[in-house]
Design a protein around this ligand. Structure first.
Ligand code: SF4
Length: 397
């Protein structure tokens, strides 16, 4: 592996007002309106406690079938070890829905995933996020108020009636609710093509939220649209920075959001790895920039990446452009292949990494003691519309 691990996480400075993109330090700050969550009230065990693994095992055994632990692929090894199932956000949402007997769903992932699990599970089930500061910077890039403003701008341009919203799974429950309310669908990186095709049978334009890169890559590379068919709506500019004519002419209105992890890869990263590793196949996630997908050999979702490595012949070489915890795990699982990280520098998802063993132990032990901590609960009206959009995704042709 060529990745460095000595890069500091972003921090809030004392006395500085949090910005929508700032990440919270150690789960101690508070912003209930954002994906970053609110204060983590726990009296956490020390990370250096040598009994943490034994404590997690004991608590999980004591809870038995009452608890089901979901682990996202980008989680740390120390947490994945305790997951009953691992997967991407969509697979984990399905798994949560498929466990109606589990009283507690502990979600080792980020906030929007736990929200989706709450929406898809029964009213008596409780979804817990071990650290409430485990948010998603991409989801934070589209707030409900901003998206409502965008809809007003589309209406002012006379095109709102022709627009179908398509929202990536990586969005807040509020944005999923907006999507359902306006007859749209949720999508994942695996079914984005089908979601766009369906949306363009329901209307003539798509508002794609919140990841511009997934929207652009899918529209151009899989649907055959041109870059000129896409416009970029910037929520920080009046009218999104677009004229009414631009909104009228566009087929894809892309929201100006991105993943801070996948957005780091560049076409130069691809050129560099081709020099470092002769004969390498470059495989990237569709959340990377368009220029990176064009320079790579293959593009696909997290589950696609895992399957591609499983099917690859021994002796083959791969450079993977996705989150580092997953790439490290793939390298370990395939010692007969060369698996390297696409970039030279670290590319962990800092918010995914908030979930660590102390938080997991604290969550499980609290449940053993009869205390439900860090429960994620979506307001019923929002949940109802968000479920409509999720159900539409499940019904995609
Ligand atoms: S990897 Fe990117 S999209 Fe996924 S949780 Fe982290 S910031 Fe969000």
């Amino acid at each position: 592996m060529t990745a460095r691990t000595d890069v500091a996480s972003p921090e809030l400075m004392p006395g500085v007002t949090p910005t929508p993109l700032a990440l919270l330090l150690l789960g101690r700050q508070s912003d209930p309106a954002s994906e970053r969550g609110v204060d983590c009230p726990g009296d956490l065990p020390a990370a250096s406690d040598p009994t943490l693994v034994a404590r997690a095992r004991a608590a999980k055994a004591a809870l038995g079938e009452r608890v089901f632990v979901l682990g996202h692929h980008y989680q740390r090894d120390e947490v994945i070890e305790f997951a009953d199932v691992t997967g991407d956000s969509f697979k984990l949402a399905q798994q949560a829905a498929a466990r109606p007997d589990a009283e507690f769903i502990v979600f080792a992932g980020v906030h929007f995933m736990a929200e989706s699990a709450d929406i898809l599970t029964g009213p008596d089930q409780k979804v817990l996020l071990p650290d409430l500061a485990a948010g998603c910077s991409m989801a934070d890039m589209a707030t409900f108020e901003q998206v409502e403003q965008c809809w007003d701008d589309l209406a002012a341009a006379g095109v709102a009636d022709t627009v179908v919203p398509v929202s990536y799974m990586n969005s807040s429950a509020a944005i999923k609710g907006f999507t359902g309310r306006h007859g749209g669908t949720i999508c994942t990186s695996s079914n984005a093509k089908r979601a766009l095709e369906w949306a363009l049978t329901q209307g003539t334009k798509v508002l794609f939220l919140p990841d511009q890169h997934l929207g652009r890559n899918t529209a151009v590379l899989e649907l055959g649209l041109s870059l000129d068919d896409c416009v970029l709506y910037d929520p920080h500019k009046p009218g999104g920075g677009l004229t009414a004519q631009q909104l009228q002419d566009a087929t894809m209105v892309l929201w100006k959001g991105h993943c801070s992890v996948h957005g780091r890869f560049t076409a130069q990263s691809v050129a560099d790895v081709r020099e470092r590793v002769p004969g390498v196949t470059v495989l990237v996630h569709p959340e990377v920039k368009h220029e990176v997908v064009l320079a790579a050999d293959l593009v696909g979702s997290t589950e696609y990446i895992i399957r591609a490595l499983d099917a690859a012949p021994a002796g083959s070489s791969w450079a993977i452009g996705t989150e580092l915890n997953l790439v490290r795990r793939l390298a370990k699982a395939h010692p007969d292949k060369t698996v390297v990280f696409l970039d030279k520098t670290v590319c962990f998802c800092s918010t995914m990494n908030r979930i660590d063993l102390p938080h997991l132990v604290w969550t499980l032990e609290s449940l053993v003691e009869g205390r439900v901590v860090n429960q994620i609960s979506v307001e019923p009206e929002t949940a109802r519309y968000a479920k409509q959009a999720l159900d539409q995704m499940l019904a995609l042709p």
